[in-house]
Design a binder for this molecule. Structure first.
Ligand code: ADP
Length: 235
């Protein structure tokens, strides 16, 4: 059974259609990169996948027992989020919020999960530091650890390397791929960086107000669309 299936999805704002005819299917462990120019509908699709915006037509179905509240989400960074006044540990632990149910406090299971994800991201030494005081690359690791606390199955990452220097960018991509391969977590990543997208992803979804391409990264590499998008440069 697919972990995520999008069938004939169309999204509109105030009756004006902005994204149409989206059809793709992901199996557990796939790594999908969503690419497209500004305004092509990437963020709208993200809202749809998170269940924050209903499609006007078609449907989005989760499989493997996944619920939209069990998606690990790393949002696009804003200045306000960068100034969030909390410790690294508190930010990571807050990824467990949806699993609390009716409980008001985090228990040993949530604390252990936060510790494990701090270690997984190699940031356990930063645990007592203020989130605001970290570098951009460190902040993104913290947010990835937080997203991992929220999910065992699906990570949704919106432009996770924006603003990072090349070294921090490479480290972030490697961490994401490691989580994908070692824990078999499905990854859906919105990206501007098409070169890196085809390097790490198993599948590519290219949007332009509708679905222009969905297939494997190898198929995409050979497509005329990929070449056009890159201005004639081969991937
Ligand atoms: P991307 O993430 O690829 O830049 P978006 O999904 O943000 O694209 O936008 C797709 C289209 O939907 C754009 O034309 C944008 O202007 C429009 N749009 C996005 N959000 C809203 C909104 N809240 N209300 C009306 N139009 C919107």
């Amino acid at each position: 059974m697919a972990i995520l299936e999008c069938t004939g999805a169309r999204f509109a704002y105030d009756g004006v259609s902005v994204l149409e005819d989206v059809n793709f299917r992901l199996e557990q462990g796939d790594y999908l990169c969503v690419v497209g120019e500004n305004g092509s509908g990437k963020s709208t699709l993200v809202k749809g996948l998170l269940g924050l915006k209903q499609p006007d037509a078609g449907r989005i179905v989760y499989g493997e027992g996944l619920k939209s509240t069990q998606i690990g989400y790393l949002p696009q960074q804003t200045g306000i989020q960068r100034d969030f006044p909390a410790s690294v540990y508190e930010v990571v632990l807050s990824g467990c919020l949806n699993s609390l149910g009716r409980r008001l406090r985090y228990g040993p299971a949530e604390r252990a999960l936060a510790e494990r994800n701090l270690e997984r991201m190699g940031i356990e030494e930063l645990r007592n530091k203020s989130y605001q005081a970290l570098s951009g690359g460190q902040q993104q690791r913290v947010l990835l650890a937080r997203a991992l606390c929220a999910t065992k199955k699906l990570l949704l990452l919106d432009e996770p390397v924006t603003g990072l220097d090349p070294i921090a960018t490479g480290e972030m991509y490697n961490l994401i791929k490691l989580v994908n391969l070692c824990d078999n977590i499905t990854v859906v990543m919105v990206s501007h960086d098409i070169h890196e997208a085809v390097r790490y992803a198993t599948h590519i979804l290219h949007l332009g107000h509708r679905q222009l391409f969905f297939g494997t990264a190898a198929e995409y590499r050979e497509s005329s669309l990929a070449r056009r998008f890159l201005g004639g440069n081969r991937l």
